[in-house]
Design a protein around this ligand. Structure first.
Ligand SMILES: [Zn+2]
Length: 245
């Protein structure tokens, strides 16, 4: 039997009485657990909950078996519905990514610190989501480099991005044929991306709109999909967008 601390990213009903838990664990990275008979008992296992788990390792490949659990931290309450929605996006992202080094504890710290930060953030949670996503890409070894143009490689303030989520400078954009598959970046989206590493200091002053959100989300998801050769879509991002004008 093993003991590990883990955060529940998602739960799925399984048979009449059981539950499958998808968690990220401190010791073993992302794992799936079957909680047999749990739905017949009074105790609950919730998404957003950090627990200490006692588990039987999988016999062959597959699911760990839950023996016992105890709640450590509850990450389910936020100061606003939109902060909750941003937290939800973080869990969905972590439940879908491919971890190059699954047992790297930095991932665990990143997601739990993210939730903690949102618990004291009322507005503009999406900015914190992008900051977290950008740190995650760096950790995975595929950082979103936004200071050099993908075509001429010169240092630039990007005006657009291509379907691989790479930036394009003003000069290169001017020479591209009109039907080239790039997307423009609004000036406010450019500003947000530039400020991202220190965005925590600008939460009050930045006004995010739907256009910025669509562009920056696409940029991240295009970049992730092209780097990891894995298509990435997040349903919860559509919910989060609804909170902005
Ligand atoms: Zn260029």
């Amino acid at each position: 039997m093993i003991k590990t601390v883990g955060l529940i990213l998602n739960t799925y009903p399984y048979s009449e009485s059981s539950l499958i838990l998808k968690i990220i664990s401190w010791d073993h990275g992302p794992i799936s657990i079957i909680a047999k008979g749990i739905r017949r008992k009074q105790e609950s296992l919730m998404r957003f909950g950090e627990y200490e788990f006692q588990l039987y390792p999988p016999k062959e490949e597959g699911l760990y078996l839950l023996k016992d659990h105890a709640l450590i931290r509850d990450f389910s309450s936020y100061p606003s519905p939109q902060s909750w929605a941003a937290a939800d996006c973080g869990l969905e992202l972590f439940s879908k990514i491919f971890f190059p080094q699954p047992d790297n504890r930095e991932y665990y710290t990143l997601i739990t610190e993210y939730l903690k930060y949102l618990q004291k953030t009322k507005h503009n949670g999406i900015l914190i989501f992008w900051r977290m996503f950008s740190r995650l890409l760096k950790m995975m070894g595929v950082p979103l480099n936004f200071s050099n143009c993908a075509i001429c490689t010169k240092e630039c303030q990007p005006l657009a991005y291509n379907p691989s989520g790479e930036p394009i400078c003003a000069d290169c954009k001017a020479t591209l044929p009109f039907d080239h598959a790039y997307r423009d970046l609004s000036s406010s989206a450019q500003k947000i991306i530039t400020l991202l590493p220190e965005i925590g200091n600008h939460l009050e002053e930045i006004k995010v709109n739907q256009v910025d959100i669509t562009q920056i989300n696409e940029l991240f998801l295009f970049h992730y999909s092209s780097m990891q050769k894995q298509n990435m879509k997040l349903k919860s991002l559509n919910v989060l967008c609804q909170f902005y004008p």
